[in-house]
Design a binder for this molecule. Sequence first.
Ligand SMILES: Cc1ncc(COP(=O)(O)O)c(C=O)c1O
Length: 460
Amino acid sequence: MPVNRTTSAPELLLALARDGAVPLRAQLEAQVREAVGSGRLPAGMRLPSSRALAAELGVSRGVVVEAYGQLVAEGYLAVRRGSAPVVAAVAERRPQPVPGAREAAPRYDLRPGTPDLALFPRRAWAAAQRRALAEALDADLGYPDPAGHPALRTALAEYLGRVRGVDADPSRIVVCGGVAEVLALVARVLRARGAVRLAVETPSHHATRALLTHHGMQLVAIGVDEDGIDVAALAAADVDAVLVTPAHQFPTGVVLSAARRAALAAWARRTGALVIEDDYDAEYRYDRQPVGAVQGLAPEHVVHAHSVSKTLAPGLRLGWAVLPSHMAAEVAAEKRLSDLGTPVLEQLTLAAFLARGELDRHLRQTRPLYRRRREALLRELPELPAAGSPAGLHVLVGLPDGRAEADVVAAAAANGVAVEPLGPHGMPGTGGPALILGYSRLPEAALAEAARRLRAAIAR
Ligand SMILES: Cc1ncc(COP(=O)(O)O)c(C=O)c1O
């Protein structure tokens, strides 16, 4: 049995009542039994010596010696002559994993949502982490500025201005746990202002719509065509705000046309309504330079929401909002009320990562890779019409008329391929049948095989 050797006695969560109702020795035994039985004290862990524990608990050494003796006799602890007892393996019961926390991975996962997590730049991230920790001031480890650490906000302002054409002063940036949190905080500010009518694109991500409804927004559906959201329909809808994905509409993949971008910015200026720009995967465009953010056209009318979820990894939960000046303080106040701020060492790591040019390097490496993966997938699906521009990490493909999405999803699953139907992302009765295929997670050869299996499932 391995023994965990530590240089100091472990801290044990033991508390003895001194009201005389239960003898101290019995209390001590019961608490150690419970801690060992529940797995809180794992097998091999060395307990404090009887002398040390007695001093810590303020009891006589004899109480601890007798309790340890009883627990050894019962098989909870083991002793070697002259040394402190260790937790015995026979008594160990590890905490059970949370049921359902991880579903079995499909053989070929074509669902959208994440970049290739195997490409996460671990080495560069670890170097940035080391640097962040080495250079953090003691004061940085106190409660953070709820709007985000100034070093990260400064680095983001530079990055977003350069890469996305965002007009980003650090004073108008609030660092959050991803686009999802930006939307939650902005929705709460809008609701406090009595501005609850929010337009959303149709189709749009169902989880995003659920989040916005949860935070009190009344959603108004506006259609999307090959030029992006229908701005004329939006203007007629009498809403307080709109959520758009202009760089690469989710899930159709269309890019908001230049005329519509101008019309959207003009509408926001004219009416005072707020545009929320979800720029989730905008760094990935394969046929030309990405179009700049709409925020650059009307910084006082647009919230720019963005994160590292599509470029690095969603598990980092790091994102940000660039806000109009009339909202920045209110959103930061909501962030403070929510959780007092984003973890500082993560923020400083991202700041160092950006400052070292690592995100630029990672994008330069992954862009051609994802472009080839998209091509490898679509090459094997010549009959399925692909919507939108070559961009992002997913593509919407139409299914043959009469093929129900649910049937194709089930047949593909039987062939080892997980795919996402358009259905849940549309409003009832709109669009489809179609699939949203993510091509970021698999290498080209696997994508080609997955596509062949999917094709067979469709033909069945
Ligand atoms: C269109 C769109 N916006 C936002 C998000 C959420 O992003 P984040 O991880 O930054 O909260 C997703 C996640 O899949 C998405 O697809």
